[in-house]
Design a protein around this ligand. Structure first.
Ligand SMILES: Cc1cc2nc3c(=O)[nH]c(=O)nc-3n(C[C@H](O)[C@H](O)[C@H](O)COP(=O)(O)OP(=O)(O)OC[C@H]3O[C@@H](n4cnc5c(N)ncnc54)[C@H](O)[C@@H]3O)c2cc1C
Length: 395
């Protein structure tokens, strides 16, 4: 066992850092709330394309599909570094290269590989994921959206809820019921759907962060999808979806964010004088920082263990849930701790002249609330760890 990155990995990390500092517009740093707006979206798209041109977005794909056959450790380093510099999720944890591309490589037909992978690899298409429905968020298999075959097409009717980035997405991946008679988990099929197809309408949901257009309800009304857009076998979509969702749980982006914030907050505390004393001299403040440093390190190790398992050809299962659980809860505790350290300045928004760290903490604090909800709630991750990790009975 070796806990150090290799010289090549360290060199890659430096290369990514240089790229961000020289090639990525400064306005994209810490812009999660505004990344989908008309003002910033063109710069987000441009940066995604630049990452693709470097071959980094899909570096972990096999060479035959346009990747570099790079290790998952290297790909995790990339995401951590992008997150460290505050790149928005549409760049750091992009569904196309990270979720749907590997799913198509594993389960998709040659037709889907040929037609969809190149535009994912070049950063030209933006994907969203459509799993949650009214009444079926945690219980993912309780899908009510139906897909009925009609010749060379499936006709899809239903609704997906709380879909991030749907208003900007070119494509969506979804589960739909194709066999109402069959038991749960054997009645679902996995489809990829062009978001510009007739029969799709969106309705934005206003969320706490004020990112209008970010979250949407997506309605399918007699949507006709070519039968060739089925990924994997008909009625075997559950296995495909589980494989997709397993790919998203490591939470390394929270580690990148937290490492960056910790550095800045230590500087802030050193320079800020309270009752004639530097904030850092207050025991409660320095012990909070130390406690958070420990938690960040634990999360980092858990996330790289997930990457290591993938590199060994093993399928991380409850290990991904552990990593996701740790990092999402760490990020909430971390932003809360920083809020306490900043006192009444903490909640000030970025446009306030008094906001410390340019208001980044206020945005991060609100944003962290959602981390324990999406990609499977903390309760669901604990269930997975108890059942699949510890072999305890299902609850
Ligand atoms: C900001 C944001 C972005 C999102 N983006 C997307 C997206 O892009 N695509 C998408 O498909 N979905 C997305 N979602 C939806 C998200 O995945 C669901 O909200 C989540 O899976 C929980 O489902 P639910 O809201 O229906 O809660 P429910 O499933 O109704 O759960 C309610 C509560 O009960 C608990 N609970 C439920 N079942 C169990 C159980 N068996 N054991 C213990 N506790 C349980 C849950 O943990 C939760 O606390 C997003 C949500 C948010 C907030």
């Amino acid at each position: 066992m070796d806990f150090r990155f290799s010289p090549e990995q360290q060199a890659f990390q430096n290369e990514v850092r240089d790229f961000i500092l020289t090639e990525v517009p400064q306005e994209l740093r810490w812009c999660e709330r505004t990344a989908f707006t008309d003002a910033l979206w063109p710069a987000v798209l441009e940066t995604r394309k630049k990452l693709a041109q470097k071959g980094w977005a899909t570096m972990h794909w096999p060479v035959e599909y346009g990747g570099q056959g790079a290790s998952h450790i290297a790909q995790t380093l990339l995401v951590e570094e992008l997150a460290y510099w505050g790149m928005p999720q549409a760049i750091t944890v992009d569904d196309g290269p990270n979720l749907i591309g590997p799913t198509i490589i594993r389960f998709g037909s040659d037709h889907l590989r040929k037609t969809l992978l190149p535009s994912i690899a070049s950063g030209e298409t933006y994907w969203c994921q459509g799993y949650t429905e009214p009444g079926s968020g945690s219980d993912l298999a309780a899908v009510r959206t139906t897909a009925v075959q009609d010749g060379n097409h499936y006709v899809i009717n239903g609704q997906k809820d709380f879909i991030s980035g749907a208003a900007r997405a070119d494509w969506i991946h979804i589960l739909a019921r194709t066999n109402p008679e069959a038991p749960r988990h054997r009645n679902l099929s996995y489809f990829v759907v062009d978001m510009r197809s007739p029969g799709i309408t969106l309705s934005p949901l206003d969320e706490a962060q004020g990112r209008s257009g970010m979250l949407n309800e997506v309605f399918f009304d007699n949507l006709r999808v070519p039968a060739e857009n089925l990924v994997g076998e008909r009625n075997e979509g559950w296995q495909v979806a589980m494989s997709t969702l397993n790919l998203e749980r490591s939470g390394i982006e929270n580690v990148g964010h937290a490492r960056s914030f910790l550095k800045d907050i230590v500087t802030y505390a050193r320079e800020t004088v309270h009752d004639g004393e530097s904030l850092l001299n207050i025991d409660r403040v320095s012990s909070k920082m130390a406690e958070m440093a420990v938690k960040i390190e634990a999360c980092r190790l858990a996330a790289y263990r997930v990457a290591w398992l993938r590199d060994k050809g093993l399928n991380p299962d409850y290990e991904s849930s552990m990593s996701k659980l740790l990092s999402s809860e760490m990020w909430q505790q971390f932003t809360d701790a920083v809020m306490q350290v900043l006192g009444h300045y903490g909640p000030l928004e970025s446009d306030s002249r008094y906001a410390p760290l340019k208001g980044r903490i206020e945005e991060a604090y609100i944003g962290s609330i959602f981390e324990t909800i999406y990609e499977g709630t903390s309760e669901i991750q604990r269930n997975v760890i108890a059942q699949r990790g510890l072999g305890l009975p299902r609850r």
